[in-house]
Design a protein around this ligand. Structure first.
Ligand code: NAD
Length: 439
């Protein structure tokens, strides 16, 4: 069977499509009237948390009643913006525990650094709220498990902030890959090359900036002096708070590999390497140069990251390459391109597709969250999907940090096979009196 532009569109369902990709909304039998506005709060509002909140408010289907941040400058600035742009005046909090006592809240956006996701998400669910939690689901394997268990125990809706799961480009691509037009999908290569992945410039420690509750920023992480290169935004390069490009980007892109084959099983075999090999004047612990190879039954997934540079395969700093029998598809958040195989094995003309409905991945993803709060359906990026891909990413980091070369995982025991060093990284040690939640 030849691969043509027309068959390509037909198989992807895009010839006649389709504005929006959210799952069907089952209003009937929902818990609350659909014209009710959801009362939402946000924990951590400097960057992505505020971005998610704004998308939610833009739908006109929600109102912001609470905002929390441990940096008073951030909190006041975002509150002023919210009042000016959207006319909303939520109650403001420094301590999330106080915010969660606010019985007005229906739902909470968790936009804090990764080391806080577990406590913020679990306590919000325990307080009866639905949760939009940013990716990666949590900063360790065990914390991912706790959030998934809490969603089950408290019956809460959890949308994980992997917005590509709701996006047009990716939904159309999944339809196409599953149509069989290209034959078997046997390998997916994903990459993320970003300058910021080398960390921030080294700067000396300073006193804590005025208005910052640094104790509440560190939370369960170990005691450490204040340093701007480990603080706002930059925390992602330090193991106590984040996992580098691996957990920042792999969870988005590797998820697109798993989704193509609807893989929901935990990883079993991973091999790879991670080191800091360049830009050693920058401040970081996570790796600038890292690869992981995930071996599944009939499928290989390969991840590579290069912090400190922006160039990558096909001229893209990040992307996903799907290698199939009759062609290769290369995708990013903007478009995808098909490189069909020729009859003699040569590569024929490539077709590029920009397949947008005009609604952004974020707009679709937050609408899907609100739909599910009403319907109690599973959101497009359920806690189970978010947990699973976060495990793939954490395995890559555990592997590199223990210099193990390869790891095998026993899913029923939730342990790595014969690797004590790797097993010690499953459950994080909590500090400053914080305890792993009892779920
Ligand atoms: N889905 C995406 O495309 C996407 C993009 C960027 C970031 N993210 C995710 O969003 C999360 C936040 O990242 P960011 O770039 O916004 O980080 P950031 O450092 O810019 O912002 C985090 C905010 O949380 C606040 N904070 C820290 N501890 C807190 C606590 N205990 N209570 C209340 N507030 C607290 C900080 O003061 C800061 O204002 C991360 O998990 C990140 O991976 C997702």
């Amino acid at each position: 069977m030849g691969v043509s532009r027309r068959s390509f569109l037909k198989a992807s369902g895009l010839g006649y499509l389709v504005l929006g990709t959210s799952s069907a909304v089952a209003w009937a039998g929902s818990e609350r009237p659909t014209n009710d506005r959801i009362r939402v709060g946000v924990i951590g509002c400097r960057n992505k948390g505020y971005n998610v909140l704004r998308e939610i408010l833009r739908t006109g289907r929600a109102v912001c009643v609470a905002m929390c941040d441990v940096d008073n400058e951030v909190l006041q600035r975002r509150a002023a913006e919210l009042k000016k742009d959207m006319g909303q005046t939520p109650k403001l909090y420094v301590d999330f525990r106080k915010m969660l006592e606010n019985r007005e809240l229906d739902a909470v956006v968790v936009g804090s650094p990764d080391h806080w996701h577990c406590l913020h998400a679990v306590y919000a669910m325990e307080a009866g709220m639905d949760v939009y939690v940013e990716k990666p689901l949590a900063n360790s394997i065990h914390e991912c498990n706790l959030i998934a268990a809490a969603a089950e125990r408290y019956g809460r809706v959890v949308q994980v902030g992997q917005q590509q799961r709701s996006g047009d480009v990716w939904n159309g691509l999944m339809n196409y890959l599953r149509s069989g037009e290209l034959g078997e999908l046997r390998r997916v290569n994903c990459w993320a090359n970003f300058a910021y992945g080398a960390g921030a410039p080294r700067v000396p420690d300073t006193s804590v900036p005025e208005g910052v509750d640094f104790g509440l920023w560190l939370g369960p992480a170990p005691e450490r002096s204040f340093n701007a290169s480990r603080f706002h935004g930059n925390w992602r390069h330090f193991w106590d708070y984040g996992g580098g490009l691996m957990t920042d980007w792999e969870v988005h892109l590797l998820d697109m590999a798993l989704w193509a084959k609807n893989i929901t099983a935990e990883p079993t075999n991973v091999s790879g390497f991670g080191k800091n090999l360049s830009g050693l004047d920058r401040d970081r612990e996570t790796y600038d140069t890292q690869s992981a190879l995930y071996e599944l039954d009939d499928f290989l997934i390969y991840w590579q990251q290069n912090g400190g540079v922006e160039r990558g395969p096909y001229g893209k700093s990040y992307g996903v390459e799907y290698v199939c029998d009759r062609g290769t598809v290369v995708a990013d958040r903007e478009d995808w391109t098909l490189y069909p195989e020729g009859k003699d094995g040569s590569t024929e003309q490539a077709y590029a597709f920009k397949l947008r409905s005009g609604r952004s991945d974020m707009e679709l993803h937050v609408n899907n969250f609100l739909d599910c709060i009403h319907s109690r359906n599973k959101p497009n990026c359920s806690v189970e999907l978010g947990r699973n891909v976060a495990l793939y990413a954490h395995f890559g980091n555990v592997l590199a940090r223990t210099d193990s070369g390869s790891l095998r995982w026993n899913a029923s025991q939730q342990q790595f096979v014969a690797n004590a060093a790797a097993n010690r990284m499953i459950v994080p040690e909590y500090h400053h009196g914080w305890k792993l939640p009892d779920v």
